[in-house]
Design a protein around this ligand. Sequence first.
Ligand SMILES: Nc1nc2c(ncn2[C@@H]2O[C@H](COP(=O)(O)OP(=O)(O)OP(=O)(O)O)[C@@H](O)[C@H]2O)c(=O)[nH]1
Ligand SMILES: [Mg+2]
Length: 315
Amino acid sequence: MTDQPTRAGFAAIIGAPNAGKSTLTNRMVGTKVSIVTKKVQTTRFPVRGVAIEGRAQIVLVDTPGIFKPRRRLDRAMVRSAWGGAEDADAVVHLVDAAAELAARGKDGTGADRRSHEDTESIIAGLKAAGSRAILALNKVDLVKREELLALTQALFDTGVYSEVFMVSAEKGSGVKDLLARLGAMMPEGPWLYPEDQSADVPVRVLAAEITREKIYLRVHEELPYAAAVETTAFDEKPDGSARIEQTIYVERDSQRPIVLGKGGQTLKWIGQKAREELTELLDRKVHLFLHVKVNEKWTEDRALYAQFGLDFDAQ
Ligand SMILES: Nc1nc2c(ncn2[C@@H]2O[C@H](COP(=O)(O)OP(=O)(O)OP(=O)(O)O)[C@@H](O)[C@H]2O)c(=O)[nH]1
Ligand SMILES: [Mg+2]
């Protein structure tokens, strides 16, 4: 064992929105590094999580979903996802097998068809790049084994995949095998991060993401895709606790009362849930202060893009 060389590299996870990329990343890292919701387009910028597999360190790059972009933020997100794939030693194309099967059958919903179209466009992108990816069929806990065979064959026939894995990111099945394969694909070399580091996301950004997840969980029906969270202050107090201030940006006046809720109850819930998770993450007492601001132009704010490492001018 000890005479085996160490390995380290990057594995990008790309796929349509909602395929389960963040769930898979968290599962492989063994702790939560990226937020997960039922909503599409949850992840907005590449998030690095660090997984260890024997002597290999695999830096997983969880990327935003790839879809047909319309707005500036969409374009920046999709660009960053492809950027993550270009720089990687291995690319995993994660496909929601349940949505894909439904879209190919009779009972597919609009969401299934959109997922299918996005998957097709990713295949076209991989073809154009001339790269080979690992196909990972996700959510196999929701589908019948025998249905997977035909789907695997159809996808494999596109010629853009080197191999296929069947996984359930949520339940964990098949994930170990995929991780072992990724470990073997990493180039020989020293590890890129200290052994005990599991994420490479600035803590201010991670703190803002946690609050955004709680907003999505609570008001995802009423507030489609319109909120951003910025950590404006992060101070250590003499007693060892952390004092965090965050601003929640919404696009319209009418969205403010949605986030606040009756008598401020919704915002209180969001703050409480976020604080609980931050307390665990930071392993210390947390004082969290949330402000809600209307900023019609937050999706046109260059500085906010820079904070998340997104390209404001992506085409
Ligand atoms: N049943 C089942 N659900 C899953 C599985 N993996 C993920 N999900 C669910 O799928 C939804 C989307 O998961 P995410 O991990 O946020 O998906 P994503 O690909 O990161 O989505 P975006 O960031 O929006 O592109 C969540 O509700 C997950 O709980 C799985 O293996 N089985
Ligand atoms: Mg995600």
